[in-house]
Design a protein around this ligand. Structure first.
Ligand SMILES: NC(=O)c1ccc[n+]([C@@H]2O[C@H](COP(=O)([O-])OP(=O)(O)OC[C@H]3O[C@@H](n4cnc5c(N)ncnc54)[C@H](OP(=O)(O)O)[C@@H]3O)[C@@H](O)[C@H]2O)c1
Length: 285
């Protein structure tokens, strides 16, 4: 049985949708903290069981009979996040999975200033030593981050962000399709190349694309890190969250999110989805 964790989340649910195109529902399992959140999957014949990374006993139940497990990275940082991801990877191996897959990141680096990236690098180390074949899917930066970056710009006409390097934005849909393929076929082994969208987009280009989509001027303005942080905190973003975003921009300046790689479109058999196709312009912009 192929088990997908994080089934209530954007990525996990999309992977299950794609997986149901490739495998019979009785061979597919979903692991979620709250089984009632994915009734749609249970109705389609998917085995839904409670699995909480913070409760290893629940993972033994959720992963029972697993041939392959996709561990969607926990969205908790620090020691607790490391513990949770390790528990999920180890539970998959104990359940007898012939391959453990994990949603890593194209920017995974032990020395990255963006806190999720050292965490992904540490989880890749856990995979290396887990004793089972593994696949660390190095996901490109989620294009779903873009609305957060543009939230003020739609109204002010200015994208005010710190100095930044380019981002090879990548859609959940493309990544879900590749993950489903990697769960059913032996197409990816070990640490994968970056699985990315088709272009590395600068903040200036992002502002231009947003302007085209909205049919109005949106100017790109580079602001000092401290000014950006202060504006976020004033808007109610917790200080830790503001610092994390500054870390994201710092990592981008190192070029950590800039690589565009042909692996994802090769596996999909079509071009990766460009950013211009995923803009959602708010009605009041
Ligand atoms: N590549 C990137 O650019 C990028 C960007 C952002 C995030 N990420 C990572 O990618 C992951 C998936 O992204 P997404 O868009 O699908 O996020 P999402 O919609 O927030 O989904 C996260 C999923 O993780 C589950 N989860 C959280 N804590 C858990 C735990 N202790 N035990 C079991 N499941 C747990 C959540 O379950 P509940 O419904 O029970 O909360 C949810 O199903 C994120 O968790 C994050 O680590 C990557």
């Amino acid at each position: 049985m192929i088990i997908v964790t994080g089934a209530s989340g954007q990525l996990g649910h999309a992977v299950l949708e794609r997986l149901l195109d490739r495998a019979p529902a009785e061979q597919v399992g979903a692991s979620v903290r709250d089984p009632s959140s994915v009734r749609d999957l249970a109705e389609r014949g998917v085995r839904v069981r409670r699995g909480d990374y913070a409760d290893p006993a629940s993972l033994a139940e959720a992963f029972d009979g697993a041939s392959r497990v996709l561990v969607v990275s926990a969205n908790t940082l620090g020691e607790e996040g490391l513990r949770q991801n390790r528990a999920a990877i180890e539970a998959a191996v104990v359940a007898g999975a012939e391959r453990v897959l994990y949603t890593s990141h194209a920017g995974a680096r032990p020395d990255s200033p963006f806190p999720p990236m050292p965490q992904h690098a540490a989880n890749e180390e856990v995979l290396r030593g887990c004793g089972a074949p593994y696949t660390a899917l190095r996901h490109g930066f989620y294009a779903s981050t873009i609305p957060m970056l543009l939230s003020s710009a739609w109204h002010t006409g200015e994208l005010r962000v710190p100095d930044a390097g380019p981002f090879a934005w990548t859609t959940h849909g493309d990544l879900a399709a590749v993950a489903a393929l990697a769960l059913t076929d032996d197409v990816l082994d070990g640490i994968t190349p970056p699985l990315t969208g088709p272009e590395a987009v600068t903040m200036e280009q992002l502002a231009d694309l947003a302007a085209d989509a909205a049919g109005r001027t949106i100017r790109h303005v580079t602001v000092p890190d401290a000014e950006y942080r202060a504006a976020l905190v004033e808007r109610g973003v917790p200080e830790g969250g503001a610092d994390m975003l500054l870390g994201m921009f710092a990592a981008s300046r190192r070029g950590d999110f800039a690589t565009v790689d042909p692996t994802l479109p090769r596996l999909l058999g079509r071009p990766a989805t460009p950013v211009s196709e995923v803009f959602v312009v708010p009605a009041q912009a």
